[in-house]
Design a binder for this molecule. Structure first.
Ligand SMILES: *[C@@H]1O[C@H](CO)[C@@H](O)[C@H](O)[C@H]1NC(C)=O
Ligand SMILES: *[C@@H]1O[C@H](CO)[C@@H](O)[C@H](O)[C@H]1NC(C)=O
Ligand SMILES: *[C@@H]1O[C@H](CO)[C@@H](O)[C@H](O)[C@H]1NC(C)=O
Ligand SMILES: *[C@@H]1O[C@H](CO)[C@@H](O)[C@H](O)[C@H]1NC(C)=O
Ligand SMILES: *[C@@H]1O[C@H](CO)[C@@H](O)[C@H](O)[C@H]1NC(C)=O
Ligand SMILES: *[C@@H]1O[C@H](CO)[C@@H](O)[C@H](O)[C@H]1NC(C)=O
Ligand SMILES: *[C@@H]1O[C@H](CO)[C@@H](O)[C@H](O)[C@H]1NC(C)=O
Ligand SMILES: CC(=O)N[C@H]1CO[C@H](CO)[C@@H](O)[C@@H]1O
Length: 410
């Protein structure tokens, strides 16, 4: 397949129907190789006001392939042009939510029997993101939450979360990382959102605020209320650590969807900005360099516990009220990265404690074999990182969804 990439051939990927998004099966098999010609279409719908474009018979995002940075369509191909929560503006016409377009050639499309150029098509507002329960349960009797866009034919999903009501935190967040990921454009960060009917507790964002986490954790550890010895005034504080990273997503509208708090957990900022950031970047670079559409689960495991002032090991939470403890500070963050075609995968584990100098991880560390996972081993404050075989990792983190792994992703 790699031999085609530098050429002007198109590789059209087939799109999984929405209902199978969370099921692991070989993706992308429409594999029609087409020669691009001027009767075909080419567009870059990557601005804030760009509509979302999907094929008429599918409900999944389209990404550039190979060395392309645009989306391409063959002459006569049918697209749904969608503005979730808004209107599609086509010249002076306005269509509620969505309109069908057929490729005529270049940037021209047939919409309602008129030939219109892509430049004259936009949304009247930025697409409106949605996080909602699917009504399904997931591992550990968790509640499944999907994040994406409501579209006329259902839901265009970017992230699938398994949410544990007993802790008010996700067990994991699942997303695909497209091989074109490093061609993404980025926009300013939006604010974090709690969404509706996802949490039992209110004001989740408030518990993350530095002053509030300091009070909560100092109380758990018997420190003075405003002590800065544990939650400091520098990068030693608990950030809203993205599970599925913002930059794991190609479209700015998808990047903005990562800012639902169900896609975050308390992570030390010094780790988040250093070794964990390097891990995230390594995975995107792997997808790009090997031209593989990766599947990725990012989750949490355990509750970080440290000695209180009486040397008693104490679990840390951001919510501690009336003997109720929610929003645990995870002991580790993890990512399982999987190539569904080769069925190879890797589990990357990051200790969430910048004060620890060592850690005995619960699986065999094979990081010497996975040179593509880049991190600094020497500076423990920046995050201790380990890499394990997925099947080994799974013996401890039993709530990783089922799929067959035949070896280590190297
Ligand atoms: C497009 O034109 C054809 C024939 O010219 C007509 O049958 C059809 O109804 C028109 N469609 C729309 C959406 O206007
Ligand atoms: C648009 O598509 C309709 C229906 O397929 C066709 O009748 C019409 O000629 C097309 N219009 C243009 C401008 O290509
Ligand atoms: C959260 O609320 C749901 C109903 O809204 C309830 O079934 C569930 O037990 C609650 N969970 C917790 C941990 O309070
Ligand atoms: C993403 O969020 C930023 C910050 O609020 C905003 O400027 C931008 O328009 C948003 N883009 C999309 C496509 O949602
Ligand atoms: C801690 O800080 C808050 C706000 O700055 C202040 O109101 C409070 O009095 C301080 N508590 C102690 C024990 O110093
Ligand atoms: C924590 O407390 C135990 C005693 O309960 C002690 O053995 C251990 O060294 C302490 N750990 C740290 C990091 O201070
Ligand atoms: C971590 O290192 C300390 C000494 O620096 C040692 O006492 C302790 O046993 C080590 N802990 C683990 C889990 O390896
Ligand atoms: C990735 C994959 O499974 N590709 C297959 C798609 O289908 C064609 C034939 O229809 C096969 O040749 C490819 O190997």
């Amino acid at each position: 397949m790699k031999m085609f990439l530098g050429m002007i051939w198109l590789i059209f990927i087939s799109i999984l129907p929405l209902s199978t998004f969370s099921v692991i099966e070989p993706p992308f098999n429409r594999s029609v190789h087409l020669k691009y010609s001027s009767s075909d279409c080419q567009i870059s719908p990557f601005d804030d006001y760009s509509p979302i474009v999907v094929l008429c018979d599918s409900n999944d995002y389209l990404y550039p392939t190979g060395e392309d940075s645009d989306l391409r369509f063959t002459n006569g191909e049918c697209l749904n042009v969608i503005c979730p929560g808004g209107n599609v503006l086509v010249g002076s016409q306005s269509y509620e939510n969505a309109v069908t377009a057929t490729c005529i050639g270049s940037t021209l499309f047939n919409i309602s029997n008129k030939s219109v150029s892509w430049e004259s098509i936009s949304c009247n507002k930025v697409p409106e993101k949605t996080a909602r329960r699917t009504g399904e349960t997931c591992e550990n009797n968790g509640k499944e939450i999907e994040i994406g866009f409501v579209v006329p034919d259902g839901f265009l999903r970017t992230i699938l979360i398994c949410f544990d009501e007993s802790t008010q935190q996700a067990l994991y967040s699942y997303a695909k990382i497209s091989q074109s990921i490093n061609k993404r454009k980025e926009r300013p960060r939006p604010n974090w959102l709690q969404g509706t009917s996802l949490y039992n507790i209110t004001s989740v964002d408030n518990y993350y605020k530095r002053a509030n986490q300091r009070t909560t954790i100092n109380e758990l550890l018997n420190f003075a209320e405003n002590s800065t010895s544990f939650i400091q005034d520098n990068d030693y504080f608990l950030a809203r650590g993205h599970l599925t990273a913002r930059s794991d997503n190609f479209y700015p509208s998808q990047q903005n969807q990562t800012f639902f708090l169900v896609n975050a957990a308390p992570q030390w900022q010094i780790i988040n900005a250093n070794n964990w950031y390097k891990v995230e970047t390594s995975i995107r670079d792997y997808a790009e360099e090997n031209q593989i559409d990766l599947l990725q689960w990012t989750g949490v495991y355990g509750v970080l516990s440290v000695n209180n002032t009486n040397n008693i090991k104490t679990e840390l939470y951001l919510y501690s009220k009336n003997d109720e403890l929610y929003i645990p500070v995870p002991e580790v963050f993890w990512k399982v990265v999987y190539d569904p075609i080769s069925q190879k995968g890797a589990a990357i584990i990051g200790l969430n404690n910048p004060y620890a100098e060592n850690y005995t991880v619960f699986c065999d560390d094979v990081s010497d074999l996975t040179k593509w996972v880049n991190f600094k081993k020497s500076n423990t404050a920046k995050g201790l990182i380990f890499v394990c075989n997925v099947n080994d990792f799974r013996k401890t983190v039993k709530y990783l969804p089922e799929f067959s792994v035949t070896g280590l992703l190297v």
